[in-house]
Design a protein around this ligand. Structure first.
Ligand SMILES: C[S@@+](CC[C@H](N)C(=O)[O-])C[C@H]1O[C@@H](n2cnc3c(N)ncnc32)[C@H](O)[C@@H]1O
Length: 215
């Protein structure tokens, strides 16, 4: 994706440079060390999923976007850029204050700081304290928390809300949690869902209610 605003283009390029370097470093680490050091790395959704999220926000024009899993702010930057175009707000949650401080700096450098509320803490608790409703959700916390994260968000979805859940195909170690999430989604009568082979695999879920006269 290309951005005409040089501040956005430079922020994206900086993330991409860092991610390239990190991939080389991560490839050298044995599994247990990689797990122990995971908070050092961006672990971003990646360019394809970022582009998908950006396009979905532009098309759907949500009012409130909720992101579970800010990390260092890569996906947040794309959500905030699209949100700026359609007048939406982004609320993003992460456990790690230092990662969110970096995300805030990057958003401000891109001129998008005013678009985003960063909440630091456990997403499972903080979502419950938010009034909602949420029109667009990115689920990207640690994968063993996908089902409780989804269940926390579900009662706060607006009609026609979208949920994008990342890492549904890769990495392999997340597949059991991804399967459990798909089952939890399919158990809800008012959700339609599809697995998209984009990036690491995105489950795209739409709230669909037969009583909604617009649908
Ligand atoms: C895969 S990273 C998110 C990557 C980010 N969406 C991006 O594309 O740049 C997962 C993040 O979820 C955060 N996280 C994990 N469990 C959490 C929880 N219970 N509450 C809030 N954040 C959590 C981790 O600190 C980590 O930064």
């Amino acid at each position: 994706m290309e951005f005409s605003d040089p501040r956005m283009a430079e922020a994206v390029a900086e993330y991409e440079r860092r991610h390239r370097d990190e991939l080389a470093c991560m490839a050298q680490l044995p599994g247990p060390e990689l797990l122990a050091r995971r908070d050092e790395f961006l672990l971003p959704v990646g360019a394809e999923v970022a582009g998908l999220l950006h396009a979905l926000v532009l098309a759907r024009k949500p009012r409130t976007i909720l992101e579970l899993g800010t990390s260092y702010g890569y996906s947040t930057l794309f959500l905030a850029h699209a949100a700026h175009s359609c007048g939406a707000r982004v609320i993003t949650i992460d456990l790690a204050a230092d990662k969110q401080a970096h995300a805030r700096t990057m958003l401000e450098r891109a001129g998008l700081g005013g678009q985003v509320t960063l909440l630091c803490g456990d997403a499972l608790e903080l979502v419950g304290a938010q009034p909602g409703p949420f029109d667009f959700v990115l689920l990207d916390i640690w994968k063993d928390l996908y089902v409780p994260g989804f269940e926390a968000v579900y009662p706060k979805l607006s009609e026609e809300a979208l949920i994008a859940s990342d890492n549904m195909i890769h990495p392999e170690g997340a597949r059991a949690n991804a399967r459990a999430l798909r089952e939890a989604i399919r158990a809800k009568p008012d959700l339609q869902t599809a697995l998209l082979p984009v990036g690491q695999g995105v489950e795209l879920t739409v709230k669909w209610s037969a009583g909604n006269p617009r649908l």
